[in-house]
Design a protein around this ligand. Sequence first.
Ligand code: AN0
Ligand code: CP
Length: 317
Amino acid sequence: MKNYTSVHDVPDVAALVQEALELKKNPYAHKSLGENKTLGLIFLNPSLRTRLSTQKAALNLGMNVMVMNMDKEGWALETQDGVVMNGTTVEHIREAAAVMGQYCDILGLRSFPKLQSREEDYSEDILNKFMKYAGVPILSLESATRHPLQSLADLITITEHKPTGLRPKVVLTWAPHVKALPQAVPNSFAEWMCAADVDFVIAHPEGYELESSFTDGATITYDQDEALQNADFVYIKNWSSFHDYGKVLTEGEGWMMTNEKLAKTNNAKVMHCLPVRRGLELSHEILDGPNSIVIQEAGNRVYAAQAVIKRLLENKA
Ligand code: AN0
Ligand code: CP
């Protein structure tokens, strides 16, 4: 693998999941693979899970890790080309990415969308410029439109918890939130589920349609109750509108997942990428109850990252 920025970098999704499950059984089996190699983790936005799980994954492979919180510790980055930098930005992404590439063998990058211009966010300008100027493999730690390490961890978790021999029904359902959130997690989850051996349904209020290239092959409905029928997994996530870009269109009353709704499912396991707003996206009773697998899901972030970093180190598809 040259870079890891989406499901399209993975020729065989099921094989990558199996490799991650093998690493989970034996995390230190490749301790010498990363010897004398350095992973740089560059955060333009906050993180708990991605930062710690990716660091842990690299340590399991024997790598050195350096973390840079650019938003708090770095110089303000200029991303536009050809501008006179006489304003607040201090350093251009051309130099910054190239310099980081001098210090690291692989660079992880978290770069959220600004949710102001759809064209700008969906062009993945910052991620693409890192790939162009860093000169080393790039690992997405959540970009403007995707979160592929999360989606791989989600598929690992579904594979572990699915009833044997069955093609599980997986439902992605929109949930209320007080802030406008990116479409990256649902976009990415959708394109991974469409590539996996699952029956995949997306439920959301009208106006929250995702960009169709991510959801090709999914069943899409505005009726959450209908979607939840016989579900084996329910994946809860808020996102802002793609079509009315970055807007919160509704308070989403009635869309929070509760035990009452769970009763319509096939005793579904409940998933969320975290961080989650209790009592708003998901009820306390679900998060504290037996159907929630959000903690195991977060735990699998280590093995998702480890499988991917292993392939980047091996430069193997
Ligand atoms: C971010 C998002 O929705 O993309 C990160 C999730 C992993 N969530 C929040 O900002 C709450
Ligand atoms: N799920 C996830 O990526 O969490 P963080 O934003 O805390 O890294």
